[in-house]
Design a protein around this ligand. Structure first.
Ligand SMILES: C[S+](C)CC[C@H](N)C(=O)O
Ligand SMILES: N[C@@H](CCS)C(=O)O
Ligand SMILES: [Zn+2]
Length: 379
């Protein structure tokens, strides 16, 4: 096993210790916004609410804190810092070549994204302000939560810090595929036109903004391929980013990440990156999680984070989740003990999970006497 020891290692292990050994991550953010009536059929997806209903964003964070989350993830998943100049040039060239099917597909998704943002009239400054705002709102929710706890006089230390329920704000960075808003984060297929440099330039500005936004760490989420993991790792190093980060991949077969790249290779990239304090899997069907935890553990000793989705499938055209047939995954909370035994230490939910899911996870983890697997907790 690779050591993974570095300057930031203790950040997560110290935090886990404060939480009692295991930590609870929040659940589906967009899902909860939709449950409150938000229409996310938009290129910004969940981030649309940063503009249209920031109060709802704050409320959803608070609901997850009330449910027991120790880590809340910001609404910045699908906000780019800007529309990079290379995209304008690439867009023009692609428009000349779009007789080829693959190029045609790339052209169409770029067109949708660029037009979506232009239609919204976002300047670079506004997009950047949106990224910062996403962190501010999460921090505001944490303050409100702490204040409430203080009033209820629960578990505060002399320093005014909450002792039994510490909370971190993780700034979400969605993949380039998320930004394309065509579900590419579930294929990881960006085509040959997208290189390591393309991805680094696409992510550079927003990573810098989020690193200086007051967030406690950066959540690189739903990473669909090895190239993007490499881009993140190189960016963190090149830019001398000092706040910690986690790398979380997604899979649709339990063996590889969605692009077909090996989870072992992807997790190794995360392991070698000094700033990375946890490695894991998100937005993946629960039935694949156990095997993936074992794979990740083969190449890193860093804490393993998992936040599966409900096991449904995303239809990017309709921007809706469709129930899958066959396996019932929605009661995945019953597997928390098994995943804990396999070596995971941070647990939450991704798309289509709710505060009820998180409440149930929190309950399972705080009940130390429960048996290892199949705890049969009802959400
Ligand atoms: C994690 S997926 C459900 C996010 C939404 C997707 N990038 C889209 O815009 O359709
Ligand atoms: N954290 C994201 C989803 C990642 S797949 C959100 O719910 O906004
Ligand atoms: Zn998800």
């Amino acid at each position: 096993m690779v050591s993974g020891s570095n300057g930031t290692t203790s950040f997560m292990t110290d935090f886990l210790q404060k939480c009692g050994g295991y930590s609870v991550v929040d659940g589906g953010f967009a899902t909860e916004l939709e449950r409150h009536g938000a229409d996310l059929n938009d290129p910004l997806w969940s981030a649309k609410c940063l503009v249209s209903s920031p109060h709802l964003v704050r409320k959803v964070h608070l609901d997850y804190l009330d449910a027991g989350a120790n880590i809340i993830i910001t609404a910045s998943y699908q906000v780019p810092a800007n529309i990079p100049a290379y995209m304008g040039v690439a867009f023009f060239l692609l428009s000349l070549l779009k007789r080829n099917n693959n190029i045609c597909r790339l052209f169409n998704s770029m067109q949708a994204t660029i037009q979506g943002f232009e239609a919204k009239g976002f300047s670079t400054e506004e997009a950047e302000a949106l990224l910062r705002r996403s962190v501010e709102i999460a921090c505001e929710a944490r303050e409100i939560y702490y204040d409430r706890c203080m009033k209820d006089s629960c578990d505060f230390t002399g320093s005014g810090r909450i002792s039994s329920h510490p909370v971190l704000v993780a700034a979400s960075v969605g993949s380039y595929g998320a930004y394309l808003a065509d579900g590419s984060e579930y294929s990881g297929d960006y085509g040959d036109a997208v290189s390591l440099e393309t991805l680094k330039e696409f992510h550079r500005r927003r990573v810098l903004i989020l690193a200086n936004s007051g967030a406690d760490l950066i959540a690189f989420e739903t990473i669909p391929n090895k190239l993007e993991a490499k881009a993140y790792a190189e960016l963190l190093e090149e830019e001398g980013i000092t706040i910690p980060a986690w790398f979380s991949f997604n899979s649709k077969d339990g063996i590889n990440v969605v692009s077909g790249d090996s989870i072992l290779e992807c997790a190794s990239i995360a392991d070698s990156c000094e700033q990375v304090v946890a490695v894991g899997i998100n937005c993946t069907a629960p039935r694949f999680i156990h095997g993936l935890i074992l794979s990740v553990r083969k190449v890193t000793s860093k804490p393993v984070i998992i936040y599966p989705n409900s096991g449904e499938t995303y239809n990017a055209e309709l921007k809706k989740w469709v129930e899958s047939t066959g396996v019932r995954d929605e009661d995945f909370v019953s597997y928390i003990g098994k995943w804990r035994d396999a070596g995971a230490s941070l647990f939450g939910g991704c798309c289509r999970t709710t505060p009820n899911t998180i409440k149930a996870i929190s309950r399972v983890l705080s009940n130390k006497s429960l048996p290892s697997a199949n705890l049969n907790i009802q959400m």
